[in-house]
Structures are given as C-alpha cells and as structure tokens.
Write a protein that binds this ligand. Structure first.
Ligand SMILES: [Zn+2]
Length: 288
C-alpha cells in the first residue's frame, strides 16, 4: 500500500525531516534576500531573475545555490568579480537555523508551520530596517492578517488559557478565544509603541520612532499575545540600550537614536517566540 493516504510525513524519520527543513530554510532565506534587496527599491520580487548589482549580468541557476555558490565563487560575481555581500549567505544560514530550531522545539505541529511564517516575516523587516530605516507596509499589513488567521488555525494554548480566564470565555471554541487573544495582542503592541512614540515626540519635538514600528508591533502582537508582546518591547529596549551604550563608547557620538528600533524589536520577538512563556512563568513565580 505504497500510495495509501497514511504514507505521509508520519513515516519520515525526524533526522530526514530536520535536514529537509534546513534546506527549505536555505531556499526561503534566498527568497527573503530578494525581498530585502528589492522591496525598499520598489522593484518586482518575481521578475526579472537575480542579476549582479554591479555588472547586471543574470545570475546562472548553478551560481544561485544558497550559501554553496557564495563559497564556491569566494564571494565574487563570476562575470565582473565584484564582491557579493556576505549578508546574503548570512541571511540564508540564519533562516535555515531558525527553521531547524523551531522544528526541534515545536515538533510536527500546526504551531511549527505558524512559527515558520512568523520568523519569515520578522527577518526581512529587521534587515530592511537596518539598511533603509523602513518597515514596509507591504510586509506589515498582509503580515498582520496572516498572523490572525494562523493564530486561529494554530491556537497557542497558553494565550488561549489566559484570554479565556480574563474574559470568562470557557465555553468558546479555541479558535474564537485565539482571535480575541490576537486582537488584544495587536492592541497592546500597537498601543504601547504608539504611546512611546507620542511621548517622545512631545518631549523631544522630533520623531524618534516611525509609524512602521507601531505597525510591526500590531503584527507581532496579533501572533504573540499581549503578555509576550510587552515582554518583546521590554527585551528590545534592553538590547537597544546595551547596543547604544556600546556604540557611544566605541565610536563616540550622542544619545541620538542611530539604529532604528525595528532592528531590536525583531530579534526580541524571535527570542520571545522561543522562550517567552517560560520567561513570563519564571517572572510570575518569582514575585508571587
Ligand atoms: Zn557582476
């Protein structure tokens, strides 16, 4: 019964799946490189195919293999020998490692698939914000909708339990409670950043944070729920302060925000995705 319906993922050994997921992560990372490069330049993501930014010659398929091609070509274009940014293979490896880690922590579940989509939205946001100080609506708007839908399809038990207790929704189906949790998370993420932004504007009379950060946290909030979202903002501020102090010590300069906040919000959101619930439980148990 080779083509029996039951012969699916269940019969694939974990080790094989892990390798397949890593390779899949490399390919998605390669696609995200295109998004990171082209989206802020308002170029089409699909057409034309990859070409060298220096000599414009189309990149051959065999020179477009994630990480490997970069190593074989020693980081240079085959045609004009112009250096290729090491950020490309770095993004590919980063995404592949995140995918693999998620598989190891989530196992074969709907949550795993939802988490894959989440990190695939966060990674391009971080790199585009770092280079262009921009968090494109083209990612945050559809990302927000996607997060709500995925949360309903793959409810997070911890978020569902909290939300259910908070509003007394014990007779609601999980997906319904998950939707309420998403809305609350989006409100917490967008609301708190909007407040910080307004306060900064009022105190300093300059814009310290763009609306892009607010939209990014609406998206993140819809996925992580309100508690983990506030934790994300806290961790991002912590990383931001440490990096800020280090930069001032190393390079001198003022306290002016040189690095956009999205660059810290992204990694913080991914840390929280992995250990957010554990951190919150640990914190609550310590103070109660
Ligand atoms: Zn070239």
């Amino acid at each position: 019964m080779l083509f029996n319906k039951k012969v699916t993922m269940e019969y694939l050994p974990d080790s094989f799946l892990a390798i397949a997921i890593f390779v899949f992560g490399l390919l998605i990372g390669s696609f995200l490189n295109v998004v990171i490069y082209r989206l802020p330049r308002r170029e089409s993501i699909i057409f034309p195919g990859s070409h060298c930014p220096s000599c414009n010659v189309a990149v051959k398929a065999y020179d477009n293999i994630p990480v490997l091609s970069y190593a074989i070509l020693r980081g240079r274009c085959r045609n004009c020998r112009a250096p290729i940014s090491p950020v490309y293979p770095a993004v590919e490896l980063l995404v592949a490692c995140l995918y693999l880690l998620l598989f190891l922590s989530d196992g074969r579940s709907r949550i795993f698939v939802a988490d894959l989509v989440f990190v695939s939205l966060i990674v391009p946001l971080v790199f585009i914000d770092l280079r262009h100080k921009l968090l494109p609506n083209a990612i945050t708007y559809p990302g927000f909708l996607l997060m709500i839908v995925l949360r309903a399809l793959a409810p997070d038990t911890v978020i569902v339990n909290w939300t259910s207790r908070l509003f007394g929704l014990s007779d609601w189906p999980d997906w319904g409670v998950a939707l309420v949790g998403s809305a609350l998370g989006a409100l917490a993420g967008g609301g708190s950043l909007w407040l910080v932004r307004a306060l900064y504007l009022w105190l300093r009379k300059v814009e310290g944070m763009g609306l892009g950060d607010v939209k990014m946290m609406i998206m993140v909030g819809a996925f992580l729920g309100w508690q983990q979202t506030l934790l994300t903002i806290f961790i991002a501020s912590l990383i931001g302060s440490v990096v800020g102090v280090l930069l001032i010590k190393l390079k001198g300069g003022t306290m002016k925000m040189e690095i956009p906040f999205g660059v810290f919000l992204g990694p913080a959101a991914i840390i929280v995705l992995f250990v957010g619930h554990e951190l919150i439980t640990w914190y609550v148990e310590m103070y109660t």
